[in-house]
Design a protein around this ligand. Structure first.
Ligand code: GLN
Ligand code: ZN
Length: 770
């Protein structure tokens, strides 16, 4: 008999109950106790779903009021001293202070950034491996001490046990926990904390065992990363120690192949090993050879990162020989925690029946797991009806004319060899652009969006609800555009933008107008804290039925004699922030999007727009977890960008924009994208980020962000001049632009005007001194 389990489940609830309870609690509308009750209700419901799906145990410890890494910070008593807690605060109040900071009136939520406290900055947030989930970064230094400091997990185990569930608690492994943290003091080696941390883990494991847990799942996803030798070496001794608690450990790995850590993972003194067959399927045979037969093998057969209904026949074919070899010692599971998929899609109101029958959210994946388990344990006849339904859905999807568009496939097959190259080198293009645009030294521009006021959002929402007619909406948006253009002219900005008033979200806006995308009503996925995103579903060949942005941009251009910059989202970012097809390579999907964007670029150019910006803030985050896979990704993602950008004449200027990220290790590839101008977020690094571009001798023009758009603070002229002078130390002044770090949609107009006025004044001063 094989068993089934999951590594984790979404927390928010089907109606995002947790989000709304959290936000009410933060507004002081409900008490801690009411919030706790909401959490308990959700856990009860989700455990019952797991039991009803026939899982052999429920997973406990995956729930969090904000973030599971933050839970571990409290669990192991390492809240950073800088928060200066008096001891009078409740644990939950401290938890939210870690997560949100103090005096946090400047918190903003936008696609690429997160909250910043003012008085006491919140813990930093960063992406959880290669997902769009953000965790709170633990802070470590040599004063960090660990202890078993929270009874929350044990309380949840007791809750589940009282409901009659068989319980498998889940913990982040000690090495992954340390790895995810940051050293507060330069040069401090986090790994030095391990010996101190392990006793707290051992104490916890003993208590979990005493509380009746039969297993504990310990997640060490860092086994899928390129690890420094001493980190890999630390695993053996760590798990020897943890084993002393005598609670069987299921060591969970996911997101990435184990490669050189595979034999280590198989040899560790633990009772079971979980591997991600979706991301590391090629390692199954080695694991079967190397994992001792007495150990349990947990196979992540269902895709925990994507929303497609599984091919159960294929899964059964894959499992059959493993069942024959390992019989009793086999568990099946989704590849990773289901945190990364929506709770349910099988009854989503916005999706048509056909498409819906191809999708599976977390709850649907529980049902799939159940079918697989019964097919193996009781024979396929016992689930013949379910298998048939799955089979016909898979076949229907594969054969559907909605998925394949012959025009798109033909175009892909016939691409001209030079489609991803501009006609001339940057050096040759530059003169034509200068002649056409006649820009001063240190030209000023913005990144695209202007404040999304309540009025703008109300108009968009009313239009969506069909309460506003096409004409009325058009007029309202034109008025916003005219307003933004007027403001920019008054401020004296050199290259204008239309302000993006008509856009809800930089990916959704394009997805809605492209063929091949669908949008769910309730497909929410947690991004951080109470914040959820609803990624588009890219289900079919992508094409562009009509121009998407031209009328807005052309209207904006008609209002001014200054150059108007057209504003598009790049193919890699659209890919990265959507759920994409699993029936073709990501590179092929990216290329389809690229061709659609290319057509839009050309339409903008034909409408007289001389500058087009193609935003790619997600290029960096798409990098594979393993360095050996970087090159392949950088090749196809760079090519996708260039396909989108390269159709234009030499004197049309292409910009790209990327948000805060380390670029230094991918500078050759960024340069190879060959945008005429790149704008990046640099102010928070005090221009340090630019040094790499300088020593690399980045050939094209750069706009390093001169102020942080996350804060309402208005940068002074002096501060901007200082930053630009610092920039000019490493980049030739003739190559520099002056712009904010990112779009201004989360800001209000008064601070925006004040900041941009200073920015323009700084540019004037720089020109005067040049
Ligand atoms: N053009 C977009 C804006 O200004 C860019 C946003 C982003 O980089 N995430 O809002
Ligand atoms: Zn940005």
């Amino acid at each position: 008999m094989i068993k089934s389990h999951i590594l984790g489940f979404p927390r928010m609830g089907l109606q995002r109950e947790l989000k709304f309870a959290l936000e009410r609690h933060w507004r002081d509308e409900i008490s801690e106790q009411e919030l706790e009750e909401c959490g308990a209700m959700l856990r009860r419901r989700h455990w019952a779903q797991q039991r009803d799906a026939g899982l052999d145990c429920v997973t406990v410890g995956d729930f969090a009021f904000y973030d599971h890494v933050a839970n571990h910070i409290q669990l192991f008593g390492c809240e950073p001293a800088r928060f200066g807690f008096s001891g009078a605060e409740s644990a939950l109040a401290r938890y939210f202070t870690l997560a949100r900071g103090v005096a946090s009136e400047s918190q903003h939520e936008d696609a690429c950034h997160h909250a910043h406290g003012v008085g006491k900055p919140a813990l930093e947030m960063t992406k959880w491996f290669d997902t769009n989930y953000h965790y709170l970064v633990p802070e470590f230094d040599d004063a960090t001490r660990f202890s078993l400091a929270s009874a929350r997990l044990l309380g949840e185990v007791a809750e589940a046990t009282a409901m009659g569930h068989r319980v498998k608690p889940v913990l982040l492994g000690p090495l992954t926990f340390l790895w995810l943290g940051k050293s507060r003091t330069a040069g401090f080696d986090k790994l030095a904390l391990l010996d101190q941390l392990l006793p707290a883990y051992i104490a916890l494991l003993s208590q979990l065992k005493a509380a009746g847990a039969g297993w504990v799942q310990i997640d060490e996803p860092i086994l899928g990363l390129d690890l420094p030798g001493e980190w890999a070496l630390a695993f053996e001794r760590t798990y020897h120690m943890l084993n002393t608690a005598q609670l069987p450990i299921m060591l969970a790995t996911y997101f990435s192949p184990l490669q050189e850590h595979l034999s280590l993972a198989c040899k560790l003194p633990v009772a079971g090993l979980h591997i991600d067959l979706v991301r590391a399927g090629e390692e199954l045979l080695s694991v079967l050879d190397w994992l001792p037969p007495h150990k349990v093998l947990s196979l992540g057969v269902l895709d925990g990162r994507n929303i497609w209904r599984a091919d159960l026949d294929k899964a059964l074919r894959l499992l059959a020989p493993v069942v024959a070899r390992r019989g009793q010692q086999l568990w099946i599971a989704p590849s990773c925690s289901l945190l990364h998929v929506p709770l349910s899609l099988s009854d989503d109101a916005a999706i048509d029946d056909e498409l819906r029958s191809w999708l599976a959210g977390a709850a649907d994946k529980l049902a799939e797991l159940r079918i697989l388990q019964r097919a193996i344990n009781d024979g396929e006849d016992s689930v013949a009806v379910e298998l048939l339904a799955a089979r016909s859905a898979i076949a229907a999807r594969a054969a559907s004319p909605r998925v394949t568009n012959p025009v798109v496939t033909q175009r892909a097959a016939q691409l001209a060899p030079g489609i991803d190259r501009r006609n001339s080198s940057f050096g040759a293009r530059r003169a034509g652009q200068q002649a056409r645009l006649a820009l001063p030294l240190f030209p000023t521009t913005t990144i695209g969006s202007f404040p999304q006021t309540a009025a703008i959002r109300a108009a968009r929402a009313a239009y969506k609800r069909k309460e506003l007619s096409d004409d009325a909406y058009e007029l309202a948006m034109r008025a916003e555009i005219a307003h933004a253009v007027r403001q920019q002219e008054e401020l004296g900005i050199d290259v204008l933008v239309h302000g993006e008033a008509e856009r809800n979200d930089m990916v959704e806006y394009f997805g809605e107008q492209l063929d091949g995308f669908a949008f769910t009503a309730n497909g929410w996925v947690q991004s951080y804290g109470s914040r959820c995103v609803k990624p588009p579903v890219l289900f079919g060949d992508v094409s562009r039925p009509a121009a998407m942005t031209v009328r807005w941009t052309a209207y904006a251009q008609s209002l001014t004699s200054r150059p108007m910059k057209g504003m598009l989202t790049g193919p890699v970012t659209i890919l990265q922030w959507s759920f994409v097809r699993d029936d073709q390579a990501r590179s092929a999907t990216a290329q389809q999007i690229a061709l659609a964007i290319r057509d839009e670029v050309l339409d903008l150019e034909a409408a007289g727009i001389g500058i087009v910006q193609i935003d790619e803030p997600a290029i960096r985050e798409g990098l594979p977890l393993r360095r050996v896979r970087w090159n392949d990704y950088l090749q196809w993602s760079g090519r996708a960008f260039r396909i989108a950008a390269s159709g234009v004449a030499d004197d049309t200027q292409v910009h790209t924009h990327m948000c805060y990220a380390e670029f230094n290790d991918i500078l050759p590839e960024i340069a190879a994208m060959d945008a005429d101008v790149i704008t990046i977020e640099t102010s928070r690094s005090d221009m340090e980020l630019l040094r790499g571009f300088g020593s690399f001798r980045y050939p094209n023009e750069i706009g390093p962000g001169v102020y942080d758009i996350h804060s309402p603070q208005v940068p002074s002229v002096d501060a901007i001049v200082r930053l630009m002078k610092k920039a000019a130390e490493v980049i030739p002044a003739a190559n520099l632009w002056v712009n904010p770090d990112c779009g201004l949609k989360t800001r209000a107009w008064p601070e925006t005007q004040a900041a941009l006025r200073n920015m323009v004044a700084a540019a004037h001063r720089l020109r005067g001194e040049a």
